[in-house]
Design a protein around this ligand. Structure first.
Ligand code: PHE
Length: 355
């Protein structure tokens, strides 16, 4: 090449190239040749001192050196970057064939399984699932259910009072009144179930201070004739679906201030099959729920005219139903939170083919 200065740079570049072995040396080289004071940059600056007629040729020579640098630079840069990436991938590789650490999973509580089962059934029959507060007022828990202050039937439900007006609800029936009141401006047919916790001041082998109920309430216009026959039919479907087919039901007249007539419903004892045993106190029957035709006072007090509206209500205790369904002989098992006990139900529910 004609220009000594360009030749020198070219030679130097050829030498330097041989010594580049990694990305940082490559970048140093870029600075050395193309940086502000780089050798190629300096050649470019020399153009202005070259006689006009030679400028073009000189420029082309410089370009040639620059192009060979760029070519080298790009090629090496790709190479080094790929190497770096591969190294990183290698070091961060995950062996997906390794067995994972087992996460210990909990088990659904049998009472919750029961609630889900009941919800599925009633939703399929057009009911809504409704909730209410566990800290309830005396008004909704009792007064609006035809149990004024001082009513003797209050003694059936020993209550945890928080203040004179507030208590832990003793029955999900409180939500009957809440639902009626919520619709009082424009009464409309009601079909609800209310699963939830309830509290009473009792604690022995067959009672716990906290338990679960599932209220049911159906109210419709009188011309639609929601009758005791509907209540019976509904409860028969209910009991057979959630406990089992091979059971008899018995409707026994009873008393609740918010239903008239009222019933207690018994089913064949699951332990002795009706022969009589210690669980059923030799009667062959176990009581599972209270029910009846909604009392006109309840309708009236909560904004539904009993001359136009009527219906039925029921309220099973869920622990009893759960014990029946799974053959659990002692209610306390349900509240000791033994994971081995809870796990049993995964298998039981799988084996009967339902949920
Ligand atoms: N709430 C009643 C109880 O706890 C049961 C019941 C519900 C009775 C609905 C009649 C109608 O004993």
């Amino acid at each position: 090449m004609k220009y000594e200065s360009v030749n020198e740079v070219k030679k130097q570049l050829e030498e330097d190239i041989k010594n580049v072995s990694n990305i940082s040396e490559l970048n140093d080289l870029k600075v050395k040749y193309l940086g502000k004071k780089g050798l190629i940059t300096e050649l470019n600056q020399k153009i202005k001192d070259i006689p006009n007629e030679e400028k073009k040729e000189f420029g082309m020579c410089v370009n040639e050196v620059r192009n060979s640098f760029n070519e080298f630079y790009e090629e090496k840069k790709n190479k080094y970057e790929t190497e770096i990436l591969n190294k990183k991938l290698e070091s961060e590789a995950i062996d997906i064939s390794l067995p994972s650490t087992k996460v210990k999973r909990g088990s659904k509580h049998p009472v919750n399984r029961m609630i889900e089962r009941i919800e599925d059934l009633f939703v399929s029959m057009g009911y809504d699932v409704v909730e209410g507060p566990e800290l309830e007022t005396d008004e909704y828990c009792f007064e609006r259910l035809n149990l004024p202050k001082g009513h003797p039937a209050r003694d059936m439900q020993d209550s945890f009072y928080i203040t004179d007006e507030y208590l832990l609800r003793t029955q999900t029936s409180a939500v009957q009144a809440r639902t009626l009141i919520a619709n009082q401006d424009e009464p409309k047919p009601i079909r609800i179930i209310v699963p939830g916790k309830t509290y009473r001041k009792e604690d022995d082998a067959t009672h716990s201070h906290q338990f679960c109920q599932c209220e049911g309430l159906v109210v419709d216009r009188l011309e639609n004739h929601v009758s005791l026959a509907d209540l019976k039919g509904t409860l028969e479907v209910f009991v057979k679906e959630v406990i089992g087919d091979n059971l008899d039901l018995r409707f026994r007249p009873s008393y609740f201030p918010f239903t008239e007539p009222s019933y207690e419903v018994d089913v064949t004892c699951f332990k002795c099959g009706g022969k009589g045993c210690s669980l059923c106190k030799d009667t062959g029957w176990i009581e599972i729920l209270g029910a009846g035709i909604v009392h006109p006072n309840v309708l009236r007090m909560n904004g539904y005219d009993p001359e136009k509206w009527g219906g039925f209500a029921f309220g099973p205790g869920l622990e009893r139903l759960t014990m029946f369904r799974y053959g659990i002989p002692d209610m306390r098992y349900l509240y000791t939170n033994d994971i081995r006990f809870l796990e049993e139900f995964d298998r039981k529910d799988d084996s009967d083919g339902i949920k």
